[in-house]
Design a protein around this ligand. Structure first.
Ligand code: ATP
Ligand code: SF4
Ligand code: MG
Length: 307
């Protein structure tokens, strides 16, 4: 059974335009992801494709002007807002994208110790700091005294000691030196191997490929493909969606071919398939409606022409 399931998630923000007029921007549409024990799902996609919003929706920390629909379950039971609050930091932990999530008024050692659920908090904090090469004196520092990399390692430490069953890591590695980055990625793999479900949001497809089991490709606020990592190979022949293929081929170590055009803004989404304006396979049928996510080979894809 999946630990966490997100079904048909949609998120819209209401914004005021001129005068008292309101406009709704759909930033996430009909998004589905499943997290399983022992598995790492990496989430990749362009900036603004909705990756952080998905993480925030799972944790129940979206801003109050967000209108949310769809359903989520945690170990088979509905994940209501009250349950999200109860499980946050205990069974479901977030490594946030921004280091501003650290409490500016609390020494960082204490911040990490308060996340420890079982065993000796002091011991757990000492061990995790050692693991991430944070010197003993760091525990007595406030967030403003840390470098960006140290702050990031503190956030990682908080999630690692929490003992959570689900870890959502939102771009956890930028600014880390290669050794610490490798260590952090290795820790996520260890956590998964010990039975956690991990969702790793990253711009770095190479890192994702080195540790993940599956990759979800996001585009304009939805999943366009979920594929096993082994499909990211060669010229992307095994991939299902034209955007995933293009994203793969755009990498410097592949063909380094940029994808023409840009991701649509939430205020001007195309009426049919969200990728249609840029898609080399597009036909008139693609403009008739949003393709559903469907199973294809060992993965899922949102494209009517994918084979
Ligand atoms: N509070 C908000 N009000 C209105 N729009 C928002 C709000 N927060 C996010 N958005 C919009 O939602 C979209 C998705 O944002 P999100 O932060 O999830 O992107 P992302 O995929 O995490 O990008 P990045 O890779 O840059 O971190 C963006 O277009 C963003 O401008
Ligand atoms: S549904 Fe059509 S436009 Fe959309 S990705 Fe598939 S072929 Fe391209
Ligand atoms: Mg983000």
């Amino acid at each position: 059974m999946p630990i966490l399931e997100v079904k048909n998630l949609s998120v819209a923000f209401t914004q005021y335009t001129t005068g008292f007029k309101q406009k709704s921007h759909q930033v996430i549409s009909d998004l589905n992801v499943t997290l399983e024990a022992g598995k790492i799902l990496a989430v990749v996609g362009a900036s603004g494709s909705g990756k952080s919003l998905l993480a925030h929706a799972i944790l129940g920390v979206l801003p109050t002007n967000a209108k949310v629909s769809g359903s989520m379950t945690y170990v088979g039971e509905e994940l209501t807002h009250a349950r999200k609050i109860a499980l946050r930091g205990k069974e479901i932990a977030l490594v946030p994208q921004s280091v501003n999530y650290l409490d500016p008024l609390m020494k960082v050692g204490k911040q990490v110790r308060t996340s420890v659920r079982t065993g000796d908090p002091k011991e757990a904090q000492k061990n995790v700091f050692e693991r991430y090469h944070l010197k003993p004196e760091v525990e007595g520092m406030y967030p403003f005294e840390l470098s960006g990399g140290m702050a990031r390692r503190t956030l990682l430490s908080t999630a690692i000691v929490s003992g959570a069953k689900v870890i959502i890591a939102d771009e956890p590695t930028p600014g880390l030196d290669p050794t610490v980055m490798k260590e952090a990625l290795g820790n996520f793999r260890e956590l998964a191997d010990s039975g956690c479900a991990v969702m790793l949001i990253t711009h770095d497809i190479d890192s994702a490929l080195s540790i993940a089991d599956e990759i979800a490709v996001f585009y304009a606020g939805t999943t366009v493909e979920i594929a096993p990592v082994t499909d990211f190979t060669g010229k992307g022949e095994a991939l299902r969606h034209p955007y995933s293929k293009a994203l793969w081929r755009a990498l410097p170590q592949n063909d380094f071919i940029p994808i023409k055009g840009s991701q649509p803004h939430s205020s001007a989404l195309p009426p049919g398939c969200l990728f249609e304006p840029r898609c080399p396979w597009a036909t008139s049928d693609c403009r008739k409606g949003r393709p559903e996510m469907r199973e294809l080979r060992d993965g899922t894809v949102r494209c009517i022409h994918a084979t």
